[in-house]
Design a protein around this ligand. Structure first.
Ligand code: B4P
Length: 196
């Protein structure tokens, strides 16, 4: 029998370091890094219909409709390479509906979420980081403080409950997300090593 895949979720508010850390974790454990933010920005860059639809939501700091992101993730799971050891989901799921869909998609492949790594970062630190990134990222959603604060509000309203959803399954490990990027990576690797 094949070993079960290692399926991780890196979770946290915007700017908590999800993307930054997911790249390193994916490399360390040979996982496929799936960032819905990156996938959506790719669609915008290629000026697809989906990208045009998503851009209006993203620029305002609002969530893109569930059906759009769920469809994207479904395709990625279906077309996965055979030599990966699992997935690290970054920026997904962001709503309870997305979390339920992800559980169902994985169950269809006899898979499950192994661990949710929840990065804890204070609100003012997040605002500082995103404003700093906005100086050269060209991202409209990082460009002004009002949009960044709206993203944080949307996070509390719609995405925060996703942590409770996985807490009920005893799958969440909270990790301090402030400080040196490398020490946070090491704390994440230690937490993952417990479940591998
Ligand atoms: P994302 O691309 O997921 O945007 P993000 O939350 O800002 O990314 P992330 O949290 O990974 O950034 P990071 O901390 O690494 O989403 C963008 C938008 O897409 C959403 O608002 C939404 O509209 C849409 N979207 C995406 N997924 C969706 C979904 N599932 N459903 C609906 N809509 C969806 O980086 C932040 C900055 O902090 C960087 O500059 C980094 O260098 C810095 N940083 C990281 N760690 C640090 C540390 N320890 N110390 C100092 N700085 C650090």
């Amino acid at each position: 029998m094949n070993n079960p895949l290692l399926n991780l979720i890196i979770f946290g508010p915007p700017g908590s370091g999800k993307g930054t850390q997911a790249v390193k974790i994916a490399q360390q454990f040979n996982l496929k890094h799936l960032s819905t933010g990156d996938l959506l920005r790719g669609q915008i860059k290629n000026e697809t219909k989906l990208g045009l639809e998503a851009k209006a939501f993203m620029d305002q700091g609002e969530l893109v409709p569930d059906t759009v992101v769920i469809g994207m993730i479904q395709d990625e799971i279906k077309n996965r390479a055979t030599d990966i050891h699992g997935f690290i989901f970054d920026g997904f799921p962001r709503t309870i509906a997305q979390a339920e869909s992800l559980d169902n998609m994985l169950a269809a492949h006899n898979e499950t979420i192994s661990l949710v790594l929840s990065l804890k970062v204070g609100e003012e630190e997040i605002v500082d980081r995103l404003l700093a990134r906005g100086k050269d990222s060209g991202r409209a959603d990082d460009a002004d403080e009002a949009t960044i604060r709206n993203r944080i509000k949307v996070y509390h309203e719609k995405t925060g409950p996703v942590e409770d959803y996985y807490n009920k399954q005893s799958k969440v490990d909270a990790i301090a997300g402030e400080g040196e990027i490398q020490s946070i990576t090491e704390a994440l690797i230690d937490a993952i090593t417990v479940v591998v």
